[in-house]
Ligand binder design. Structure first.
Ligand code: NAP
Length: 350
């Protein structure tokens, strides 16, 4: 059994990593840390785990976790992972970082998008961007993985086939809608029920931080420079993300070519589904039918009126947008079946 430690296991992402790993056949969770809840049963904080485990949160510092584990999940806020990681790297432990701290290859991008000077720029090149759909071969046997952001995952997975096929000519506009768990478990005024319930709140009209990784990965897959404009909205869900992206084209988009691009890239992907039906309620991706699963649902429509391809991506932000993608990447790192621990459908209705 591979021994796993989770630093920051009391948060929403840490709780989901824990839930997934407790039913994973190849790993054992040896430490799940929390400063606030050390010594308490994890099910006191994650009540869905009652009857599943009697594990208790530990007060282990990250180095202690590394001394017990073969691989460490860092499920802590950005700006903290990059301080912890250099010490962990010295121990030889493998790392999956769920924060943004090692997703971007360019250290200057951290000044621009996150407002801090990266303290370990030399390590950025050692991390693989943990999106199996784009980086599967690099993930196999990788030591260090930066798990993508949630909205970035929905946008990148849904747009990558078009970028790869050369159908993204210049700019892309990404409109993202996200549920409240995207803000983490720590309460604030903006997540207070009275203020959050019922909203369709534009919370980041321009310059969302995830823009940087969406551009980085679309550039990688297309081999050219793509510019992304992104607007993010908080909507009335607990889980889930829908990205609607607009790709303007210089001529009328051809449906057959677009289909070929999606089929070519994703026909064998275990966690990408095409949602494009002529009939029924769910003609296009909708987080409602992805929630609870590791699936990324993608679909598109063409708009010949203004020469536009409208692209949809729907995921559960805590699973394909975080913990599930992390576990999928871990499976590749250790040579396990890629679907191990993730082989369950979404919930319906939810
Ligand atoms: N929520 C999402 O949808 C989502 C999706 C993708 C990626 N992410 C990323 O995943 C990470 C975790 O997000 P989250 O939503 O789970 O946040 P969260 O619910 O606020 O959890 C944060 C965790 O970090 C721990 N922590 C905070 N400060 C710490 C410190 N100084 N030292 C040690 N532990 C500390 C907290 O534990 P204690 O206070 O109990 O010690 C808690 O367990 C973030 O980097 C986030 O950007 C989140």
């Amino acid at each position: 059994m591979v021994k796993v430690g989770i630093v920051g296991a009391s948060g929403y992402v840490g709780g989901e990593v824990l839930r997934l790993l407790l039913s994973h056949g190849q790993v054992e969770v040896v430490s799940a840390t929390s400063r606030q809840y050390a010594g308490e049963y994890v099910f006191k904080t994650h009540p869905n785990l009652k009857g599943v485990t009697n594990l208790q949160f530990s007060a282990d510092d990250p180095l202690k976790v590394a001394s017990k584990a073969d691989v460490v999940f860092l499920t802590v806020p950005h700006g903290l992972s990059c301080k912890i990681t250099p010490k962990l790297v010295e121990t030889g432990v493998r790392i999956l970082d769920m924060s943004a701290d090692f997703r971007l290859k360019d250290p200057h991008a951290y000044e621009k998008w996150y407002g801090f000077t990266h303290p370990a720029p030399d390590l950025l090149g050692k991390f693989v961007y943990g999106l199996p759909e784009l980086h599967r071969s690099e993930l196999k046997g990788a030591k260090y993985v930066a798990v993508p952001g949630c909205m970035s995952t929905a946008a990148i997975v849904s747009l990558a086939p078009l970028a790869k096929a050369g159908l993204v000519e210049k700019d892309v506009i990404v409109d993202a809608k996200i549920g409240s768990s995207g803000a983490g478990g720590k309460p604030s005024l903006s997540t207070h029920f009275s203020e959050r319930f019922g909203v369709v709140r534009v919370y980041k009209p321009v310059a969302h931080r995830h823009t940087a990784e969406i551009e980085q990965e679309l550039n990688y897959v297309s081999g050219k420079s793509v510019q992304v404009g992104m607007t993010a909205h908080a909507v009335n869900m607990v889980r889930g993300i829908l990205t609607t992206s607009h790709v303007m084209t210089s001529s009328k988009p051809e449906v057959a070519m677009i289909w070929k691009a999606y089929r070519g890239m994703y026909k064998d992907e275990p966690f990408v589904r095409f949602i494009m039906d002529k009939k029924g309620l769910y003609k296009y991706p909708d987080p409602k039918i992805a929630i609870g699963s590791n699936f990324a649902d993608v679909g598109f429509e063409v708009d010949p009126y203004v020469n536009r391809i409208v692209v949809f991506g729907a995921i559960d932000n805590l699973i394909k947008g975080a913990a599930g993608n992390g576990v999928q990447s871990m499976n590749l790192m250790f040579g396990f079946d890629e679907k191990e621990g993730l082989n369950f459908p979404a919930l319906h209705p939810v």
